[in-house]
Design a protein around this ligand. Structure first.
Ligand SMILES: C[S@@+](CC[C@H](N)C(=O)[O-])C[C@H]1O[C@@H](n2cnc3c(N)ncnc32)[C@H](O)[C@@H]1O
Length: 210
């Protein structure tokens, strides 16, 4: 963990360029928010050695599971933030993330708790800041009310475009999208997942370098 953890001082101080966190030349940095036990992150890091991965998860048991995978597969392209993703998003440089994943986020089903859902105006704006032009934000959920909520917030967001053209695009697992523990749990309970991919639209003005 001391080797892989990102020091909070790195993202609390200024606009962190996440490429500097990786040893070798990487093509881009991808971010997974709330990776749980890390199955998706580990599979993606194995499939894409040319990409640097940041996983963000405050749940210590999940971090421990991911560390086991990192060790087992000798992964050198994974860094971990054991913190609330919102703090990391605030500290990342604009346009520094090439793809992001939010898989089976807590659905907060009670109406009075809906505001705690990760997808909402503030985090959509924060994601629009950190994602590069044309980057995908992939979101999965098996909670149909949260699915409707995500679409109701993301579809009108001018900086994002939902990429689905036909029902199969969000009902069927896209290629290269590994499954997770929560997905498996939901499937066993008869809750099919929705796979939602959004594209960060090109900025009208180039990003100003700090
Ligand atoms: C329902 S679990 C899904 C875990 C995993 N993505 C999966 O599909 O198996 C949601 C996870 O998001 C994490 N989480 C919740 N809020 C978070 C936040 N603000 N930043 C980072 N992780 C968060 C929780 O600790 C939990 O592990």
């Amino acid at each position: 963990m001391p080797r892989l953890a990102i020091d909070p001082a790195d993202y609390q101080a200024s606009a962190l360029d996440p490429r500097t966190l990786f040893e070798k030349n990487i093509e881009a940095v991808w971010l997974e928010i709330g990776f749980g036990a890390g199955e998706h992150l580990s599979a993606m890091a194995q499939a894409h050695p040319e990409i640097g991965f940041i996983g963000c998860e405050p749940f210590i048991n999940g971090v421990a599971r991911l560390l086991r995978d990192v060790d087992q597969h000798s992964l050198t392209n994974v860094r971990i933030v054991m913190d609330d993703a919102r703090l990391l998003l605030d500290g990342l440089a604009a346009g520094s993330i090439g793809r992001a994943f939010l898989l089976f986020p807590d659905p907060w089903p009670k109406r009075r708790h809906n505001k705690r859902r990760f997808v909402g105006p503030e985090n959509i704006a924060a994601m629009a800041k950190v994602l590069s032009d044309g980057a995908q934000w992939r979101i999965a959920t098996d909670h149909m009310d949260y699915c409707r909520w995500i679409l109701a917030h993301m579809c009108p967001a001018p900086k994002f475009q939902w990429l689905a053209r036909r029902p199969g695009d969000w009902r069927n697992r896209p290629e290269g999208w590994p499954g997770t523990r929560y997905e498996e749990k939901g499937a066993q309970a008869g809750r099919p997942p929705a796979f939602l991919s959004f594209e960060r639209q090109a900025r009208k003005q180039p990003i100003k370098q700090p």
